[in-house]
Ligand binder design. Structure first.
Ligand code: FES
Ligand code: FES
Length: 172
């Protein structure tokens, strides 16, 4: 005879949503203490909780690089990173690159070389380039292209982007 115990078992109690989690970050040199749902991405935390909308959401799937920021000096896709995973980290966004009113060398180089059209990918390109330069692996235009391949530009400003990065690399 068939076991009907599964059909008569009472439903489990609903699982409550997790409470917000406390997250401490240093963002562009300023210490921030936040409370966010555990599923909040670093990208959404920056844009929606801290109003740092320079970092862009393109694909939200790690495919385009528009969301690139620097975390503890390394470039990452903030759309693929839960904010809680970076508790205690140092985050630098495009808003934090200029110092004392002077543009970062990469920002100036992108202007000098007209390395954008719509500009949507540009914050991610610049943060990624800053991380790539710090990695110290790119020496040639081909290596720059390869190591920047995670940053897509729908306007296809690639030649100008590579030229801008070369300029910034040549001016420490
Ligand atoms: Fe993060 Fe596209 S928005 S990689
Ligand atoms: Fe438009 Fe790169 S400048 S997507």
């Amino acid at each position: 005879m068939a076991d009907i115990s599964m059909a008569t078992r009472p439903l489990k109690e609903a699982i409550p949503s997790p409470a917000k989690i406390s997250i401490a970050l240093t963002v562009n040199g300023i210490r921030k203490q936040l409370a966010a749902a555990p599923w909040t991405t670093l990208l959404d935390l920056l844009r929606d909780h801290l109003d740092l909308t320079g970092t862009k959401k393109g694909c939200a799937h790690g495919q385009c690089g528009a969301c690139t920021v620097l975390v503890d000096g390394r470039r990452i896709n903030s759309c693929l990173t839960l904010a809680v995973m970076k508790d205690g980290a140092e985050v630098v966004t495009i808003e934090g690159l200029a110092k004392d009113g002077a543009l970062h060398p990469l920002q100036q180089a992108f202007i000098d070389h007209d390395a954008f059209q719509c500009g949507y990918c540009t914050p991610g390109q610049i943060c990624s380039a800053a991380g790539m330069i710090a990695e110290g692996k790119a020496k040639t235009p081909d290596e720059i292209r390869e190591l920047m391949s995670g940053n897509i530009c729908r306007c296809a400003a690639y030649p100008n982007i590579v030229a801008a990065i070369q300029q910034a690399m040549s001016r420490p």
